[in-house]
Design a protein around this ligand. Sequence first.
Ligand code: AMP
Ligand code: GLY
Length: 410
Amino acid sequence: MKVLVIGSGGREHALVWKLSHSPSVTEIYAAPGNPGIAELATCINSTDYFAIAREHNIDLTVVGPEAPLVAGIVDRFRADGLLIVGPTAECAQLEGSKLYSKRFMQKLGIPTAAFATASSHEEAVTVLDTFEYPLVLKTDGLAAGKGVVIAQDRKEADAALAQLPMPMVIEEFLQGEEVSFIVLSDGKTAVPFEPSQDHKRVFDGDQGPNTGGMGAYSDSNLLTPEQRTLIMNTIIDPVIHATGFTGFLYAGLMMTPQGPKVLEFNVRMGDPETQPILTRLNSDFALALKAAATASLHPSQLTWDPAPAACVVLASDGYPGDYPTGLPIQGIETVENATVFQAGTKLDSAGTLLTAGGRVLGVTASGATLAAALDTAYQAVKKINFQGMHYRKDIGYRGLRRYNMGEMGA
Ligand code: AMP
Ligand code: GLY
């Protein structure tokens, strides 16, 4: 198979890396890719993905980020008989529009936070009074993680209203632990990936502003078998059966005392969750993806290494705010026992690897225990440096606490 991967981040580097281990893959293309991806694939700097797929006789295309999905890439490829992994533009609205997604969940009875919608500031102000604080304000469209505000009181809600574009969703604040539950679906059958947990805030102890994700781990102990079954029965399968959803469906869940509830749906894999998840995948990823694109997926096509895996994101100074780029990155070649996935990187004309984004690298390792995986990842982090590099020192802390308390399940 000749495979094309669309995107340029750490998630896409992990996708390409895993595909490079598939016996069924002969050649990998990426658009646009990044310098880490270029070590494993032919990178093409064009957004005319359809032309790339045609010109290079691509057998299967895999889409990393949400934007091309929301724009209808899957519909376009399918209309011409090209195999692609992802949802239609209509299904991609589950991520593309929070209003659509909340109304969809309401209609299907999928557990989620109680909510109201507002199309103007006046309406939002009246709606506010029907909720208790803290409450959550979410702008409707794609906002790269910047469209959600948790307001502790009326003053914070007013400040958020002044800044967030309309229309919006106003919803109840849910308590609990977050889990990223991602499945691969062929339209009828959804097969779960092992569960993972992201760390969205920039600083240790979940302090500071939200980011795209500062690190993640995947550990089977995150969810009990009963919790997994409940999530499949009450959340995932209803979506698949109602829509024929194909591709990756990512349920961002809050494990509340009343059971799992959906914070958001994404229609793609998570970044950085993909890095530790795919580190644990034993089976031929390309065959599973092809099966997802041809309505022939079987649960036996995703098998897992029980060993947990963890990813620590190395970010640029200032991220998630403004940050410098073009700074030399040292030490990647000295890393042992861990995989360094590249995200915001570029090469200069002399071939020196430079920073080129907010999240620069994702250092990923597995281990017999979560503690061992984290230890190996952090040992590797110590070998890497660029000016202003920062990272969280507490990735996986909830998982470690769970081990210490002898618990299973979030
Ligand atoms: P979203 O983009 O909807 O996933 O929101 C981003 C982050 O805001 C989530 O990962 C949660 O940490 C937080 N969040 C969103 N909605 C809620 C909610 N209803 N209750 C508590 N936290 C929330
Ligand atoms: N890491 C969160 C996301 O991919 O949306």
